[in-house]
Design a protein around this ligand. Structure first.
Ligand code: NAP
Length: 493
């Protein structure tokens, strides 16, 4: 059983209390305080995590600094070998990690397995691509007034200690997408896992350690974001923050942290425009998958669909039919169910509140709309206005709204007027028209004839406005986790 490799992570009580990794060992916090991690599947306590103290954070960051000075001098090929070993460990423990993920965040088997395997592939890709990140050489002679006496050797060097904060919905994948590039480029990592998702994240930490990442090069501190987030983000020992999470938390961190590099992936509230010539059948299938996969708890989920009145009249009944056929709500551990619970009772209550508020303000519930504990039926609304709360802020659940517009220009205006800007979809049988429309839409990425999605992971992935700062994607993330260091040679005249 692979479990034996992870015994140092927790005690043997039921439920177990997990330790944090302070850069030296798996430790219990001197605060004596813990936080429950509750399974959305049945509301039982899966485990407890440590709420670390400020002085434990100080010590962990100091260790990360000391360790980074040695790590950055280890040849990159050796760092890459360690990462490849880590990806092997992830694959080797696929079944075990998948099981934790299902229990901890309520994913289906297919979704959880995909997250684990994709994470292993991502670690390999980062390790390989890191070897090709280079600096450059420039000669002074190209600029007026300078001559051949100056030459710059421009290295790409590590940044130092990178704080990595991940969200609950992809606690393994969106941790790996921060930890692996930071490590290969010679940084050390202070990892703050999401509370819900912390158990998977602690296992991930141990995997990097077992693969050979030296002590201190990764430290993992646990605690609620509202308890330790501000202290971590504003700590003078942090040289960069890479964060994925909601726009609200992203904005509050950005306002506090001062002059250090940041890479933020925040909320999405993604629209789809359907043109009259679109294939209604395949468009409906993409909308159903886009809106309801992982219960709509994906930053790239489709949240609203815009079209001319005759288009929506044609499309909506097909979307309802496909939802009935394709989406089965129930415990994702049982076969045949593909729509599980949302992450917590509080999240479910907030989603239901917004559905009912939209209804009270004149929207029509075309399908679904009922809540039972953490389960929300796949919900389709019509007659929604962009000013309604269900659309104005990202609703992280299985809800999609349909809006009839008088012109496609009006649809573009609605999208461009939003505070979000992650992705958008355009459905049409005329790819030229799709590209033209895509050029007018202010979001990070426009998908033509597909639901929004991240990946393939070497494509650039970015949000604008409230949806993020900076560009992710293998090569782009690697560059973002380094800085230029020009060394200028002045030759004798
Ligand atoms: P969240 O509530 O914003 O939390 C994200 C992370 O930030 C968690 O680790 C959380 O810790 C931590 N945190 C909370 N308050 C903090 C603070 N004051 N300072 C520092 N860290 C703090 O988001 P979530 O509910 O976990 O994830 C869902 C959100 O992430 C959605 O909005 C979704 O769109 C977004 N997301 C975006 C992308 C993208 O690529 N654009 C991808 C995935 C998810 P605790 O868990 O301990 O509170």
């Amino acid at each position: 059983m692979p479990k034996e490799y992870f015994v140092s992570l927790h005690d043997h009580k039921s439920p177990p209390t997990y330790r944090f990794f302070n850069g030296e060992k798996w430790a219990e916090s001197l605060t004596g305080k813990t936080i429950d991690v509750i399974s959305p599947l049945d509301n039982h306590i899966l485990g407890k995590i440590q709420l670390v103290s400020h002085s434990e954070i100080d010590q962990a960051i100091e260790r990360a600094h000391q360790a980074q000075l040695l790590w950055r001098d280890i040849p990159m090929i050796k760092r890459a070998q360690i990462l490849h070993l880590a990806s092997d460990w992830i694959r080797h423990h696929e079944h075990y990690l998948t099981t934790i993920l299902i229990k901890e965040i309520g994913k289906t088997l297919a979704e959880a397995k995909d997250e684990i395997l994709r994470s292993a592939d991502m670690v390999d890709y980062f390790a390989n691509e890191g070897l090709h990140i280079k600096g450059e050489e420039l000669s002074g002679e190209a600029f007026p007034g300078y001559d051949q006496t100056k030459m710059a050797i421009i290295e790409r060097v590590s940044l130092g200690v990178i704080l990595a904060i991940a969200p609950f919905n992809y606690p393994v994948n969106l941790s790996v997408s921060k930890i692996a590039p930071a490590l290969i480029m010679g940084n050390s990592v202070v990892f703050k896992p999401p509370t819900q998702g912390a158990i998977s994240s602690l296992h991930l930490t141990e995997i990097f350690r077992l693969a050979g990442v030296p002590d201190g090069v990764i430290v993992t501190v646990t605690g609620g974001g509202s308890d330790i987030g501000d202290y971590l983000c504003t700590h003078s020992g942090i040289d960069m923050v890479t964060f994925t999470g909601s726009s609200q938390v992203g904005k509050s961190i950005a306002e506090k942290i001062g002059m250090i590099p940041i890479l933020f992936e925040c909320g999405g509230n993604n629209p789809a425009i359907v043109l009259p010539d679109a294939d209604m059948h395949s468009t409906a299938v993409e909308i159903v998958k886009g809106a309801f996969s992982y219960s709509g708890q994906r930053c790239t989920a489709i949240k609203y669909v815009l079209g001319l009145s005759p288009t929506i009249d044609k499309l909506l009944p097909i979307v309802v039919k496909k939802t009935k056929e394709l989406i089965k709500m129930g415990d994702p551990r049982s076969e045949g169910y593909n729509l599980g619970p949302v992450i917590s009772n509080a999240a479910a209550e907030e989603i239901e509140k917004r559905i009912l508020m939209a209804k009270a303000a004149g929207a029509k519930i075309v399908y679904g709309g009922e809540q039972k504990e953490r389960y929300i039926e796949p919900t389709i609304l019509e007659g929604v206005k962009p000013s309604m709360e269900i659309l104005r802020i990202e609703t992280f659940g299985p809800v999609v709204s349909f809006i009839k517009v008088k012109s496609i220009d009006e649809a573009v205006k609605i999208i461009n007027g939003s505070n979000y800007g992650l992705q958008a979809s355009v459905f049409t049988s005329d790819e030229g028209a799709g590209i033209k429309l895509a050029q007018q839409i202010d979001v990070g990425t426009v998908q033509i004839n597909s639901k929004p999605q991240r990946g393939p992971d070497h494509f650039p992935f970015l949000g604008i406005k409230g949806s993020g700062i900076g560009v992710q994607g293998i090569h782009y993330t690697l560059e973002a986790m380094t800085r230029f260091k020009p060394i200028v040679l002045n030759k004798p005249q």
